[in-house]
Design a protein around this ligand. Structure first.
Ligand SMILES: [Zn+2]
Ligand SMILES: [Zn+2]
Length: 341
């Protein structure tokens, strides 16, 4: 089969590799769509993402496809099923798994990070990682289940109450999912900060009440003009030091500043404890997708969330390397890889 193999910083080769072997408890998925995530870019650039990666390995952890083969002991999944994969396979046996914190599993197997993932024509996964897609859901939408699951964990931790004013910083895939989830949570006003005009327009379509270009507009003035005197929740979805500082700056009294964007491991930001004290800001972070994949799949299957508008295009395995190395190729939204084109 054809696969894009990550061989170390800046190196990805598309090549023929052996078909994966299906164990008794495994399912082989014929990958039909695999999203490119910020984590893939971090790993490609040699940084550590959410998980440690040892090349050579096939990246890609946001994927959906068709069941090609099922192991002898697999129940309730059959050849031909249309499925999405939860890439984070936990051991069930360590301290964290046994205490309801499986996302901190000490023996976590990550498809597309620690072990082979979805930038290939086929991928073998444990059957418990499989979730069924509704017939009307496309594979590209199905591949959005994993990022949506991560956002669901984040939005849960924000504890948004109906009537809250929520600021989302960054209108990329994650930010535009957060806009929709904040709306579902009952936010009274959603403010989106995003420098790219097309993304602001999608944000407005998906539920942002106020869209601001933070580079060319004075955010505070726009907030004042709209009578927003207090913001209860800020969700930072960029991962830059400047936007993390903005999250704390714009967070109001008794608020939550959710630092959702993945920063570089060595980044540091100066925090003024006095500012945190004066406002009682709770600074939070959110790590991967504990127990949220099922909800993500049911939201996408129900059609109650728009992930289609976030997908900017589809590329082949051969184009993956260029797309990972050139940020301009990923600027318009989520890029999907179809290993069959
Ligand atoms: Zn991801
Ligand atoms: Zn564990």
């Amino acid at each position: 089969m054809k696969a894009a193999v990550f061989k170390g910083k800046g190196l990805i080769d598309t090549q023929e590799v052996l078909m994966p072997v299906c164990g008794d408890m495994d399912v082989i998925v014929k990958v039909m769509a695999c999203g490119i995530c910020g984590t893939d870019v971090h790993i490609f650039n040699g940084a550590e993402g959410a998980a440690a990666t040892t090349p050579p390995v096939i990246l890609g952890h946001e994927f959906a496809g068709i069941v090609e083969e099922v192991g002898a002991k697999v129940k309730d999944i059959k050849i031909g099923d249309r499925v999405a994969v939860d890439p984070n396979d936990t051991c069930g046996n360590c301290y964290y798994c046994k205490n309801g914190l499986a996302h901190f599993c000490q023996n976590m197997k990550g498809y597309g990070t620690t072990t082979d993932g979805g930038f290939a024509q086929y991928c073998v996964v444990n059957y418990k990682q499989i979730y069924k897609l509704a017939d009307k859901v496309s594979f590209e939408e199905g591949a959005m289940c994993e990022p949506l699951a991560c956002c669901l964990h984040g939005i849960d931790l924000c504890e948004i109450k109906p009537g809250y004013r929520v600021m989302v910083i960054g209108g990329g895939t994650i930010g535009l999912i957060m806009v929709q989830l904040a709306k579902m949570r009952g936010a009274a006003k959603i403010i989106l900060l995003e420098p790219v005009g097309e993304k602001r327009a999608i944000g407005a379509k998906l539920g942002a009440d106020i869209v601001i270009d933070p580079i060319h507009e004075d955010v505070e003035k726009v907030l004042a003009k709209n009578n927003i005197e207090q913001i209860e929740t800020v969700i930072e979805c960029v991962g830059l030091k400047s936007t993390m500082l903005d999250a704390i700056k714009f967070a109001g009294k008794n608020s939550v500043a959710m630092l959702f964007g993945l920063g570089n491991p060595d980044d540091e930001i100066p925090i003024k404890p006095f500012e945190i004290f004066r406002k009682e800001v709770t600074i939070k972070a959110s790590y991967i997708n504990p127990y949220t994949q099922g909800r993500a799949v049911s939201l996408i299957n129900s059609g109650k969330i728009d992930v289609k508008s976030l997908i900017s295009g589809t590329i082949s395995l051969d184009e993956l390397r260029d797309t990972l190395s050139d940020p301009s190729k990923r600027q318009k939204g989520k890029v999907m890889v179809n290993p069959w084109c």
